[in-house]
Design a protein around this ligand. Sequence first.
Ligand code: AMP
Ligand code: ZN
Length: 114
Amino acid sequence: MEGCIFCKIANREIPAKLVFEDEQIIAFEDINPQAPIHILLIPKEHFASLKEIPEEKKELLSLLLLKARQIAHDKGMAEKGYRIVLNTGKDSGQEVFHIHFHLIGGRRMNWPPG
Ligand code: AMP
Ligand code: ZN
């Protein structure tokens, strides 16, 4: 998707601190971390948000979630916990319209979110 900053990261056109990559997924550190650990996980294929993901891509969504869990465990957050966030649309605060899961942890989270 032309002009999409996360497609550019997936294509290595702009740099990012990569945490994980395979054929379908890439994970990298958030440029403006909201906690000691803040990682974004995206599919390499462009979808603007959860709203645009077709039913037949449900496996991709599971892969992203399971990879977030694995990274959380690898980063030592399994015991204390962590938060996974999927902002969807304007009211959620979504700013980058290439679907991404936030994996956030390393500190106590507040609830409800702002
Ligand atoms: P959202 O508000 O859910 O769309 O989140 C977008 C996230 O992308 C924010 O947490 C930003 O800090 C992060 N972000 C934006 N540009 C970059 C970038 N070039 N590299 C890493 N993270 C980025
Ligand atoms: Zn994109």
